[in-house]
Each structure stands twice: as structure tokens, then as C-alpha cells.
Design a protein around this ligand. Structure first.
Ligand SMILES: [Zn+2]
Length: 425
């Protein structure tokens, strides 16, 4: 534990809150949109401006700065013991189109502020403490997610993007080269010296605010499956075909959709299922639908529960198709396993919150984050601060300065215990 309570010192907390607010607005100036949001797509001009500005600021704050081959930016506070594994904190610098100011950016500037604070008050740490501005997470420009964290952890590599283009036909590798990375070398950026990763992120949901909590301690990130189903029947005249002789694809599909949504509600939290896209062919008022395709997105933190739920509705879908003489095609195009966050780090974060009287909540993340790439390789933790009204990926995204300061205070204490004390990870 730190020798004084940072969180009880209202002047310090107020200072951190103000500085966080300034830093968030400063970050939002890179890629500011007329509609009020922020757009920083991977390797775009605003992305490059943001990374360069962050690098400069890190340097000004006494951090040793470097970029890797894909454009991840690191700011290091060098430890006295070179043999110890580094502790890394940070988040992603890219945004969705016209996204919010806090998603990703918050974790980067909070990490920078934490390191600045620790250096000023405690000098150099025993092991390397680093903040990272990860180049990409959202998959908003290219059909690729976790490009930054995936490269560092060895789960993404150049081979996966060689032919990839954005919606304007620009090659991934050309965009990367134009931004000053990847050219010639095409080396990956895997690191083997990271002992732990901590990500501070906005919740992007309404749970913390509803429950009046300040800090969310994420136990696990949900597993996700995404399916596309195609139901085929027979198109026919809407006036001359008796109801009993129809093969109505929409009739079958709507029964399936009702079933899966009802089953999800019956199953209860934390399972969620969503049918987000439906396409009907020929989609005419006076023609019996011949073909309906629809998506199902299912999420749950327990792989066994997720799998059982999916098996159940798949069986029912087949039954419905059979009974109505419809053809059913199933395409499972995304199957991501749940990721459990490191238990000791979770416990330590909870202890910090309890000691400082910060209202905390153990929770599940319904969205994926960079931290899950790291958890495959090293102990990792995800800390949430509240999102006002649960809004995210929108210009309306908002987290109060006080909540941001609480997140930074917890991060500072955690990094202190990992970097300055002899505690094992
Ligand atoms: Zn994010």
C-alpha cells in the first residue's frame, strides 16, 4: 500500500480530475467532427497527428518514447532492475466513425498521468512501467480488430493483412507505410517482456451508473458467437396461394427469431442474444417471402453455458424448418471464447477500492477489449469507470471528471504496488 491515501487528498484528486478533463479534450481535437464526435481511423492523418502529439507529451513528461513496427506508441519509466518484466498500461488510440472522446483515449492519458505522478512522487520504479497508445482496436477502417494489442502479443501478424483493403480500396500495408510504419521490414512487434497489463476503460454500459458505483472490476469478458441464418421457402402469389400450402420463409424465420429471443430472456443475465439484421427476399408486399436471412449475436462469460444455449436454439431452428418444409442454412462466422481476467489483480484492485472507500462492483464486460489479447500471455486486468447513461460509440459519450480521477487514483495505486514494491504479480 502507498504511504498516504491519495484518494483522501481532495486537492490532489481535484487536480487529477481537471487534468484528465483537459487531456480528454486535447485528444478529441485530433479528428474532431462537425457532428460533434471524433474520428481517428487507423493510419489516417488524425491518427498520425494524435500519436505524434502523444509521443511529444510523453517525452515532455520524462518518459522514454518509442514506436514499434505497426505504430503502437510506448512511453517508458525505466526500472532500476532490468531483469524484471515490465508492467504495461494503456488503451487504443483509434475510434469508430464519429465516436466519443473517452473510448480508448481515457486509458492512454490516464496511464500517462499515472506515470507522471509516480515519477514525481516516488522517482524511478524497480521495474519498467510503461504506458502504451495501441494503434488499433475497433476494426473501423479495415476488417481487422485488435491490430495493436494483437501484434504485441503475437496473435496478429503481417500475413493476415497483406491483401486487406479499406472501403475505398486502399491497401492496409500501403496505409501503414504512408503513416511511416511497416515499410520494408514487415516485421511483427511481438514482445516477450511484459509481466502484466492493466487497461482502464469506460464501461460503455449503464450498470455502474444505475448501481451508483464508481469502479467496475471486470471478472471476465464475454464469449461471443455470431451466426447468419438463411431460411429458404417458395415465393408465390399472395392472393392465390392458400395459407396451408405455403412455404413462407418469413413465417419460419420469425418463429426462430421469437424462439431465440424468448429463450435468452428466460435464461436471464448475463446471457444476451440479439437479432440485429434481417433481410427478406423479394421483400414485396404481394409476394410470399422466398428467402430470409438474419443474424444472431449471442454472448455469455461461461463457454459451457454459451455453447449449451446455442445448441438448444439451433435444434429448435431445425425443428421449425422441418415442420414448415423450409431449407435452413447456418453460418457461424464468429466464435470468440470468453476470457477470465487475472484473479490476483482483480483482488488487488478490490482491496484498493475498499481501503479508499471507493464504491466498486465486480462485473462482466459485454464488449471485447485489448486487455483480452494480453490475458492470453500475462496477468491482465480491466478497470471500468462509469459511462453516463451507458452511451458509447457516440458524440454523447461522457464520463465525469470525478469518476475519471477515481479511475486514475486506483490505477496509480495498482501501478505503485506492482512497480515500486516487491510484490509479485
Ligand atoms: Zn474501446
Amino acid at each position: 500500500m502507498m504511504d498516504f491515501s491519495l484518494y483522501d487528498n481532495s486537492a490532489i484528486i481535484k487536480g487529477i480530475a481537471e487534468e484528465m478533463e483537459e487531456l480528454i479534450l486535447w485528444m478529441a481535437s485530433f479528428g474532431k467532427q462537425e457532428q460533434g464526435g471524433v474520428t481517428r481511423l487507423l493510419y489516417s492523418e488524425s491518427w498520425r497527428d494524435a500519436q505524434q502529439a502523444l509521443a511529444l507529451r510523453m517525452e515532455q513528461w520524462g518518459l522514454k518514447v518509442n514506436f514499434d513496427h505497426v505504430g503502437n506508441l510506448f512511453g517508458k519509466l525505466e526500472g532500476t532492475d532490468k531483469n524484471k518484466m515490465a508492467i504495461l498500461t494503456g488503451s487504443h488510440v483509434d475510434t469508430v466513425k464519429n465516436g466519443g472522446m473517452y473510448d480508448g483515449a481515457l486509458g492512454i492519458v490516464a496511464g500517462m498521468l499515472a506515470l507522471k505522478y509516480l515519477k514525481r512522487h516516488y522517482g524511478m520504479p524497480k521495474r519498467n512501467l510503461e504506458v502504451v497508445s495501441l494503434c488499433e482496436e475497433e476494426g473501423s477502417r479495415f476488417p481487422m480488430t485488435y491490430w495493436g494489442s494483437g501484434n504485441i502479443t503475437g496473435r496478429r501478424h503481417f500475413g493476415q493483412i497483406v491483401q486487406m483493403t479499406d472501403e475505398n480500396g486502399v491497401l492496409f500495408r500501403k496505409a501503414m507505410e504512408k503513416a511511416g510504419f511497416g515499410a520494408g521490414t514487415h516485421r511483427d512487434s511481438r514482445r516477450e517482456d511484459i509481466g502484466a497489463f492493466i487497461e482502464l476503460h469506460v464501461e460503455q454500459g449503464i450498470v455502474l451508473e444505475r448501481k451508483n458505483k464508481t469502479i467496475g472490476i471486470v471478472d471476465s469478458i464475454v464469449g461471443q458467437r455470431r451466426y447468419t441464418f438463411e431460411v429458404t421457402g417458395e415465393a408465390n402469389h399472395a392472393g392465390t396461394t392458400p395459407m396451408m400450402w405455403r412455404k413462407d420463409a418469413l413465417n419460419g424465420a420469425s418463429e426462430m427469431i421469437r424462439f431465440v429471443l424468448h429463450a435468452a430472456r428466460k435464461q436471464g443475465e448475463p446471457l444476451v442474444a440479439t437479432v440485429g439484421r434481417v433481410e427478406v427476399k423479394p421483400n414485396e408486399a404481394n409476394v410470399i417471402p422466398e428467402k430470409v436471412s438474419f443474424t444472431v449475436d449471442v454472448r455469455h462469460p461461461d463457454a459451457a453455458v454459451l455453447s449449451l444455449f446455442c445448441d438448444r436454439f439451433l435444434l429448435e431452428f431445425m425443428k421449425i424448418a422441418d415442420e414448415q418444409e423450409l431449407l435452413l442454412r447456418t453460418d457461424l462466422w464468429m466464435d470468440a471464447a470468453p476470457v477470465v481476467m487475472d484473479e490476483r489483480l482483480r483482488g488487488r484492485i478490490q482491496q484498493i477500492c475498499e481501503n479508499r472507500n471507493i464504491a466498486w462492483l465486480r462485473m462482466v464486460s459485454g464488449a471485447g477489449h485489448d486487455v483480452q489479447m494480453f490475458q492470453y500471455n500475462c496477468p491482465s486486468a480491466l478497470i471500468f469507470v462509469p459511462s453516463h447513461m451507458g452511451i458509447s460509440h457516440s458524440p454523447q459519450e461522457y464520463t465525469s471528471p470525478a469518476d475519471m480521477a477515481a479511475g486514475v487514483a486506483v490505477l496509480i495505486e495498482l501501478l505503485y504496488s506492482l512497480g515500486y514494491q516487491e510484490e509479485e504479480i
